[in-house]
Design a protein around this ligand. Structure first.
Ligand code: ARG
Length: 235
């Protein structure tokens, strides 16, 4: 790994993909959010490890960056999926989410189920579980491939939604809710996927995995998890 051992602790370099509020986003030059606070708290409780400097990537570059040792841990609201588990490992889950279909709040398009997206323009972020849903819709013939836009960041997707370039964005419910609170967009309906987020680590980094899982348990037990959740989601 890229970890460097000092007398006391191994430094692990964290990677994320900002533009996914309130989990990770930029406030000016500063990287902030639930994942940033939570991983910091977890590593502070993880025996033998300390956190290095955050590195930022496009979401679909995070797994390759991990496997090529550019980073040692992913904290990016990343859903634990069977497909990803073929390449990397995850800690225990730390947050649950479903998918939402986000539309403009002007009432110009009000879908209530996935098949209603037929004939409309849809966007999501490249490499996400939201994009997987769009790809399924394309495969089954509900969505035309030419009506699907893949974005490097959900911020650009939501901007295109506001501009009228697309009609719907598929993304995680808590993030859709955050955009809906800040912009003239709303959740048309949710699609239950039962996703669980975990911190991503390299296959075989078993010591790190145990340390992070123990850190996560300690952060939950101490009430720190709830404090961080309340800070970013309200109580
Ligand atoms: N939970 C979804 C997934 O794992 C979306 C995560 C997007 N995260 C981000 N930091 N942009 O695919």
């Amino acid at each position: 790994g890229t970890g460097t051992t000092t007398e006391t602790a191994t430094t692990i370099t964290p990677g994320t993909a900002p533009g996914f509020p309130p989990f990770e986003m930029k406030e000016g030059d500063e990287l902030v959010g639930f994942d940033i606070d939570l991983l910091s708290a977890v590593v502070a409780e993880a025996e033998g490890y300390q956190l290095g400097e955050w590195q930022e990537f496009a979401f679909d570059s995070l797994v390759p960056s991990l496997t090529s040792n550019k980073i040692d841990v992913i904290a990016a609201a990343m859903t634990i999926t069977d497909k990803r588990e073929q390449t990397i490992d995850f800690t225990n889950p730390y947050y649950n989410a479903d998918q939402a279909i986000l539309v403009r709040e002007d009432g110009s398009f009000s879908p209530s189920k996935l098949s209603d997206l037929s004939g409309h323009k849809v966007g999501s972020q490249s490499g996400t579980t939201g994009e997987n849903i769009a790809k399924e819709l394309i495969k089954e013939g509900t969505l035309k491939e030419s009506n699907y836009n893949s974005y490097d960041s959900y911020v650009f997707a939501v901007q295109d939604l506001q501009n009228g370039n697309i009609d719907a964005v598929i993304l995680d419910v808590p993030v859709a809710q955050t955009f809906a609170d800040q912009r003239p967009v709303e959740i048309a309906f949710t699609h239950e996927t039962g996703e669980r987020y975990g911190f991503g680590i390299r296959n075989g980094d078993d010591d790190l995995q145990s340390a992070l899982n123990e850190g996560l348990a300690a952060v939950r037990d101490s009430g720190r998890y709830e404090e961080i959740r309340n800070k970013w989601f309200g109580s």
